[in-house]
Design a protein around this ligand. Structure first.
Ligand code: XMP
Length: 320
């Protein structure tokens, strides 16, 4: 019978049978798939797991702490958090083209991950685990170098020849909702279990133009107000993805008797089944009103808030 409990027991047995006494490494992104896999592997192989979380400095407010808290069951020794923010930010300095940003973040990620993988390989780690799901398997089988490969640089396949790992993909016959059921059984906290997708390049593609520490800070605070408000209003689970975008536009406003110039912030929320097409979410006007007031009050660098009412196609979900 296909209960989540049964699936969990089967996966645990399979993993144990496969890896025996070997050591396993895993990259965690903070998403539901890799976080669930981390908890599963911790249960299957205990101390023989090392999960590597690369903080690329493009995460949202408190995101790193949330991931650390969710993966506490691994124990401090088995979760390695790599603070690579400076490396990513220097590599992104002066870059404005979105595809260039994606390439740079992907390249830096592989560079940092390869360094970690090499160190672990030298300590005798033999298995590289990945949270590949059934739809990923289908997609990459069909299209070779399809968009899934470009878009999910956290699914690292591209390690150099001399770094030999056996690939461990316990979720390769599962769908997302099955992983969420496992996540529930494994005690993954709700905010991560039900989390919207977040792109690999992180906030770098939600700052139109150059990514700077100041802009990251502004966007983080604004995005957090939007997302926390969605949760407070019980709207978070009614949309498939929600995000804030910091534009380089400075628009005029008035504070007291003075003219002021602040950034224009875009808010976007969509409903979708497959992310290939998407409908803009009809969020309540009172909700949007509250969010705009909060953002302009608490993030004074932002002077104007706009809500994106374009569906996909023609507009993509992200703004760049
Ligand atoms: P678009 O903007 O293409 O987004 O409508 C569709 C879905 O893909 C995500 N997305 C990305 N994910 N790396 C990723 O890992 C990327 O470069 C990237 N670009 C878009 C987007 O967040 C949405 O869920």
């Amino acid at each position: 019978d296909w209960t989540p409990e049964h699936t969990l027991e089967t996966l645990l047995a399979d993993v144990r049978a496969k890896v025996g006494n070997d050591k396993v490494m895993l990259a965690v992104s903070g998403g539901v798939d890799s976080s669930t896999l981390a908890l599963l592997l911790a249960r299957a192989v205990g101390d023989k797991l090392t999960a590597v979380f690369v903080d690329h400095g493009l995460l949202r407010l408190n995101e790193r702490r949330e991931v650390e808290a969710a993966l506490r069951p691994l124990g401090d020794k088995n979760l390695r958090v790599v603070d690579a923010a400076q490396e990513f930010l220097s590599a992104l300095r002066g870059v404005t083209d979105p595809e260039q940003k994606r390439k740079i973040v992907g390249r830096e990620f592989i560079r940092v991950f390869e360094r970690e993988a090499r160190a672990l390989s030298e300590q005798g780690y033999r298995w590289l685990a990945q949270g590949t799901l059934y739809p990923d398997v289908i997609e990459s089988a069909g299209s070779g170098e399809g968009s899934a490969n470009i878009k999910s640089h956290h699914n690292v396949g591209g390690l150099p020849e001399d770094l030999k790992f056996e690939l461990l993909e316990p979720f390769r016959y599962l769908f997302k909702d099955e992983v969420r059921e496992l996540a529930l059984l494994l005690g993954l906290p709700e905010p991560i279990r039900m989390r919207h997708p977040f792109p690999g390049p992180g906030l770098s593609i939600r700052i139109l133009g150059e990514v700077t520490p100041e802009k990251l800070d502004i966007l983080r605070r604004a995005d957090d107000i939007f997302i926390s408000s969605l949760r407070d209003w019980n709207l978070y689970d009614t949309v498939s993805q929600a995000l804030a975008v910091l534009t380089p536009l400075q628009s005029v406003g008035v504070i007291g008797d003075e003219r002021s110039y602040g950034y224009v912030l875009g808010l976007r929320a969509v409903s979708t089944v497959d992310f290939m097409t998407a409908d803009w979410a009809r969020l309540p006007l009172d909700f949007l009103d509250e969010v705009a007031r909060k953002i302009t009050r608490q993030v004074p660098e932002i002077g104007r808030v706009v809500y994106d009412i374009t569906s996909k196609p023609p507009a993509t979900i992200e703004w760049e």
